[in-house]
Design a protein around this ligand. Structure first.
Ligand SMILES: Cc1cc2nc3c(=O)[nH]c(=O)nc-3n(C[C@H](O)[C@H](O)[C@H](O)COP(=O)(O)O)c2cc1C
Length: 329
C-alpha cells in the first residue's frame, strides 16, 4: 500500500530525518537510506565507510546503530498513522541491506507511540554523573518489557558484586583503549563540529563507577578527588541477546532505541559504556558473569542529567538515496 501523503516523497524524507536521530558510536552515523518508488518503501543500509574501524572491526556496533535508526523509522511510520511492515535482512546476498520498512494498514498511533515520536529529538547521550533524582516509579519494569518485545534482555545490576565485576571490566577495557595510539586517534576524531560536541565530554571520564571514554584526554591531566568518585552513577544495565548474528544485532539496536525513547519520554537519559564489548576476551567474561550466557550488546547507565547537549547529524538529503543518487543532489 502506498501512502496518500500530500507531496509524494515527503514521507520518506520524514523517515530519513527520524532515522538519522538514532545514536551511533562516536556519532559516526554509519547508515544510508533508500527510497523504493515514491513513498512505497524505505530501506535501511549500513554504510561501512562510516564504520569505526578500530572500535568496531566486526561491524557489530554499526549494525546496532542501524537497528536504532530502524526503530526510529518504525516510530515515524506510526506517527504518520500507519503500521510499519518490516523485513529484516531482505536480501541474503547483500548483508549491508539491513531492513525494508513499508507502510501497511492505517492505524492511529497510541499515546505511548506519540510520546516515543516526540522523544526522538529530545533524547541525548549523557556522559558523566547524573543528579540524585530517582528514576520514575515503574520505569524499569516498563523498560524490561520494551527490551523483551524487541527480542533482547535488559538486566539491571543492583547487586554490589555484579557492579564490581562490570566496573572492573569497563576499567580494564578503557585502560587498554587509552594505551593504544590508534584508538586514541579514533576517539578524539569523534569530537568536533560535526561529531560529538566538546561540551558533551566535559565531565571527567572517571567520575562515575563505570569508566567513560576519554574523548578530551582529561584523565592524563586531571585526577578525580576520591570523595567524588562513583557519585551520580545512576542505574546500571546491560542489554543482551540469545544469539550474536546480524539479526540479533538489529534486534539489539531496536530494543536499545525503544528503551532510550521510553526513558527520554520521562526525562531519563542514558550513558554508554561499551568498551569491554569491543575486546573479545573481556566480552566473554561479561557474558559468563553478568548476562547469564546471553551475548552482551550494550552497557548503559540511566539517570537524570543536569544538562544535555545535542550532537549534529548529516542532513536527511545527504543520507537518503533516490534513484541511485543522494536526494539532495
Ligand atoms: C553501539 C553504540 C555504542 C556506543 N558507545 C558509546 C560509548 O562507549 N561511550 C559514549 O560516550 N557514547 C557511546 N555511544 C553513544 C554515541 O557517542 C552517541 O550516540 C553519538 O555521539 C550521538 O549522540 P546522541 O546519542 O546524543 O545523539 C554509543 C552508541 C552506540 C549506538
Amino acid at each position: 500500500m502506498s501512502v496518500s501523503y500530500e507531496n509524494s516523497g515527503h514521507a520518506v524524507m520524514h523517515l530519513a530525518r527520524a532515522a538519522s536521530l538514532a545514536p551511533s558510536p562516536h556519532n559516526s552515523q554509519p547508515w544510508f537510506f533508500a527510497e523504493e518508488g515514491h513513498d512505497h518503501g524505505f530501506e535501511v543500509h549500513a554504510d561501512a565507510g562510516h564504520r569505526m574501524l578500530l572500535t568496531d572491526p566486526g561491524g557489530r556496533e554499526m549494525v546496532i546503530a542501524c537497528g536504532a535508526a530502524l526503530f526510529n523509522a518504525r516510530t515515524a511510520v506510526r506517527h504518520l498513522g500507519f503500521q510499519p511492515a518490516v523485513d529484516l535482512l531482505p536480501e541474503p546476498g547483500n548483508p549491508g541491506f539491513l531492513a525494508r520498512v513499508r507502510f501497511a494498514a492505517h492505524a492511529p498511533s497510541t499515546p505511548e507511540e506519540a510520546a516515543f515520536a516526540a522523544a526522538m529529538a529530545q533524547r541525548h547521550t549523557h556522559r558523566g554523573p547524573f543528579t540524585c533524582a530517582p528514576l520514575p516509579e515503574g520505569l524499569l519494569d516498563d523498560l524490561h518489557e520494551h527490551a523483551r518485545v524487541e527480542g533482547a534482555v535488559l538486566r539491571v545490576l543492583d547487586e554490589p558484586e555484579d557492579l564490581d565485576v562490570l566496573a572492573q571490566l569497563v576499567r580494564t577495557a578503557e585502560d587498554v583503549h587509552r594505551a593504544d595510539p590508534g584508538h586514541i586517534w579514533e576517539v578524539r576524531r569523534g569530537v568536533g563540529s560535526d561529531g560529538i560536541p566538546v561540551e558533551a565530554c566535559r565531565y571527567h571520564p572517571d567520575c562515575t563507577l563505570l569508566a567513560g571514554r576519554d574523548y578530551l584526554d582529561l584523565a592524563r591531566r586531571y585526577l578525580v578527588p576520591a570523595r567524588r568518585r562513583g557519585q551520580g552513577t545512576g542505574v546500571v544495565a546491560t542489554l543482551s541477546t540469545p544469539r550474536d548474528d546480524r539479526q540479533d544485532w538489529l534486534r539489539s539496536g531496536q530494543a536499545l532505541q525503544r528503551v532510550l525513547l521510553a526513558s527520554a519520554a520521562r526525562g531519563v537519559m542514558a550513558a554508554f559504556h561499551t568498551q569491554p564489548l569491543e575486546l573479545p576476551a573481556l566480552r566473554a567474561v561479561l557474558r559468563r558473569r553478568v548476562t547469564a550466557g546471553n551475548f552482551p550488546q550494550l552497557v548503559l547507565r540511566l539517570g537524570h542529567p543536569a544538562q544535555t547537549w545535542s550532537s549534529p547529524r548529516r542532513a536527511p538529503s545527504d543520507v537518503l538515496v533516490r534513484d541511485g543518487a543522494p536526494a539532495g543532489r
